[in-house]
Each structure stands twice: as C-alpha cells, then as structure tokens.
Design a protein around this ligand. Structure first.
Ligand code: ZN
Length: 173
C-alpha cells in the first residue's frame, strides 16, 4: 500500500491550513480539514472548528468535512477518499473516520492532550475495530504546530492584558 505523500496531499493540507487560519480570525482554535478523492484530488468536503461560534461540542473540522463529503458523494462510505487535517484527530473524530471507512488520513501536528491516532490512543490502527486506514502523520507539521502555539500565545497575552486592565481599574476605584 502506498503510504507516500503526493502533490495532491500537500495541496490539500495547504487548503486545510488556510481553513484553520480563517477560523482563528473568528476566535476558533485553528484546525482545518479537507476530504478529497484520493485518485483525482476532487474536494468533497471541508471544514474548520465551529465550536465557539455555534457552541457545538461536536463542531470539529473533521466531522464537518466528513459529513459534507458523504453528502456530496451520496454515500457514507469514504473508502476511496483521504482526509487532510492540521491536528491529530481526537477520539470523537477518529471514531467518525472509522465509521466513514476513510481510506487515508494525513495530519499535521500531534496532539499530546487528545490525539487518538498515536498520542493517547491508536483508534485508526486498532485491530478490534472493523476498519483500518493508511495514516500519515507529520505532514506540514511545523506550520500546523506553529499556527496553534501562535493562537494560544495570543490568547494568553490577551487574557493577561485583560487581567491587568481589571487590576488597574480596581486600584483606581
Ligand atoms: Zn475531533
């Protein structure tokens, strides 16, 4: 089985990174995902985090992209498709990947706190489940990781700024 990264894969990861960046501008954790036909590179579905905007705990980029792809294809089976996502999928999304029978998964940064592909669990390679897919970690890893650390750094800076603001207000009262 070919586990190599193609030009199409790289283009799709770039697309996922673009979706993640756009989400960050809306105050979402920057995670983006694209589902495409492995052979043709036709994009079937894409998504970014919508958790904050829609207050949806299931609003993960992968779930949105997978749902859109199944609808576009008219089939819940995505065997001939690949998923490119900027962060290692969580248990919920890895579960959806198994249920969708996705053929390949490429991701950027590892997620030591929630990753269910190799960091905490290995749901996509677990032989007790009825589906396994080709997994390629670390695609554009540096760019994906930098995007996340940059986002959280900014969030912390804003928080400490707000705290200082509050403190000075309290002092003035
Ligand atoms: Zn997830």
């Amino acid at each position: 089985m070919d586990a190599g990264v193609t030009q199409t894969d790289l283009a799709m990861m770039a697309r996922a990174i673009g979706l993640a960046r756009a989400a960050a501008e809306q105050g979402e954790v920057p995670i983006g995902a694209v589902v495409y036909e492995t052979d043709t590179g036709r994009v079937l579905g894409e998504g970014a985090n919508t958790r904050e905007r829609l207050r949806d705990p299931c609003g993960h980029a992968e779930l949105i992209a997978i749902r859109a792809a199944a609808e576009a294809l008219g089939d819940w089976r995505l065997n001939d498709c690949s998923l490119a996502v900027t962060l290692e999928p969580c248990p919920m999304c890895a579960g959806a990947i198994v249920n969708a029978r996705l053929g390949r998964v490429l991701y950027g940064a590892d997620d030591p706190k929630a990753g269910a592909v190799r960091s905490l669990f290995n749901l996509l390679g677990d032989e007790r489940l009825n589906h396994r897919c080709v997994v390629i970690p670390g695609v554009e890893q540096a760019a994906c990781a930098a995007m996340l650390t940059g986002f959280f750094r900014l969030l912390r800076e804003r928080k400490s700024f707000t705290t200082k603001d509050t403190e000075s207000t309290e002092r003035n009262e």
